[in-house]
Design a protein around this ligand. Structure first.
Ligand SMILES: Cc1ncc(COP(=O)(O)O)c(C=O)c1O
Length: 389
């Protein structure tokens, strides 16, 4: 079965068949608790009745028309998303990498309108921004920089937390500072609020765009629509994707104020982005996230999950970090061992960075499933500990 795929993923042999809420079922009938949500995508879990109904109805009506035309779901989504997130305009695309590409292009056009040499983009070490050549370049991790050069010129990496260094890097040739509010793939690394607030202030003073990559942290994941809201940050541009349409591919670049009208006809585009099918799905996600108490519940569930894990007081655990339902567990062993052991206890989990088990459950997960999943995780940690004795 695997031989026909290019060998890009270290996949398990697990073949999944269907799901319901935060539960997944393999073709052999084995049931799993899903603490992965398709790497932060299935925000409403699996088989959500309203999402399934909206996608089915829209598929029967109209699936794709190209961006030469508008459709009602896309127009409504543009209104609802910009309003809910507090931005002025949006460009829809299909993935996180594409959203970041759009954000970088916008920043370069903005910079070049001020001064032709204002085109450098500063990102953070340990960041992850995607897999295209430019977003790999933006990614501040050496391991992603093997094999694929030459890279896009004009990217510089800053050490998160070092305000003095950033002050020096944000020179007149810089058009944008781009950051993840919490570094996801890099290891669920929390970035200090003070550092990001200082970065925002310097960007404002120097007419540098303050650009958030909220591909993983956005759309409810951290208990707010955008993590920047929780950190008291107001980016000029924000990229989102992953959970926005609950499983249908979509991405978006959100812009406000001086960045809202940077793109003009012919500057940027994409064939599929924000088509009616993805838009119909995203409208359901936004409507569920906007229902009273939904985001507070995400926060409550996240705190509950983190406190359960902290209370293990497990010798393999170094620390537990996160916000909302984006949780990282620093471990003293290879995190893949824990994830493999968890699967044997019917729990699906993720790794991030070199030493972190990452949990991104569907936002609709129940407290009961959180309790059961955490209990399975404890058994997995015990198994790995026994093997290392
Ligand atoms: C913060 C961040 N940016 C960008 C991406 C790339 O998104 P995609 O895989 O949809 O291109 C990811 C994916 O994990 C991400 O976590």
């Amino acid at each position: 079965m695997k031989e026909r795929f290019m060998n890009t993923y270290a996949r398990t042999g697990l073949v999944l068949d269907h799901g319901a809420g935060a539960r997944l079922f393999a073709v052999d009938g084995t049931e799993y608790i899903d603490f992965t949500a398709g790497i932060g995508v299935n925000s409403l879990g699996h088989g959500h009745p309203k999402l399934v109904a909206a996608i089915s109805a829209q598929a029967a009506k109209l699936m794709h028309v190209s961006n030469y035309f508008m459709t009602e779901p896309s127009v409504e989504l543009a209104d609802r998303l910009t309003e809910a997130a507090g931005f002025d305009t949006v460009f829809f695309c299909n993935s996180g990498a594409e959203a970041n590409e759009g954000m970088f292009k916008l920043a370069r056009k903005y910079g070049s309108s001020k001064n032709p040499g204002k085109n450098v983009i500063v990102t953070l070490k340990q960041s992850f921004h995607g897999r295209t050549i430019t977003t790999v370049t933006a990614t501040g991790q050496d391991k992603f920089h093997r094999f694929f050069g030459p890279f896009t010129p004009g990217f510089v990496y800053a050490e998160p937390g070092d305000v003095g260094e950033l002050d020096k890097l944000l020179g007149p040739n810089v058009c944008a500072f781009a950051f993840e509010p919490i570094q996801g793939e890099g290891g669920v690394r929390m970035i200090s609020r003070e550092y990001l607030q200082a970065a925002e202030k310097m960007c404002r003073e120097r007419d540098i765009l303050f650009c958030a990559d909220e591909v993983q942290t956005g759309i409810g994941r951290t208990g707010a629509l955008l993590a920047c809201e929780r950190l008291g940050l107001r980016p000029d541009v924000t990229a989102v994707a992953k959970g926005l349409a609950g499983g249908v591919p979509v991405g978006a670049v959100l812009a406000r104020g001086k960045t809202a009208d940077v793109f003009q006809p012919g500057d940027h585009g994409t064939t599929f982005g924000g088509g009616p099918l993805a838009a119909a799905a995203a409208l359901v996600v936004l409507s569920e996230l906007g229902s009273p108490g939904f985001l507070d519940e995400v926060d409550r569930k996240g705190r509950h999950l983190m406190s359960l894990i902290e209370n293990f007081k497990h010798p393999l655990i170094k620390d537990v970090r996160g916000m909302g339902l984006m949780v990282g567990i620093g471990v003293v062993v290879d995190p893949h061992e824990v994830v493999d052991a968890a699967r044997a206890h019917n729990l699906l989990a993720l790794t991030a960075g070199d030493d972190t088990v990452r949990l991104l459950p569907p936002l609709v997960i129940t407290m009961k499933d959180i309790d059961e999943g955490a209990a399975a995780l404890k058994l997995a940690l015990d198994d790995v500990e026994k093997e290392h004795r």
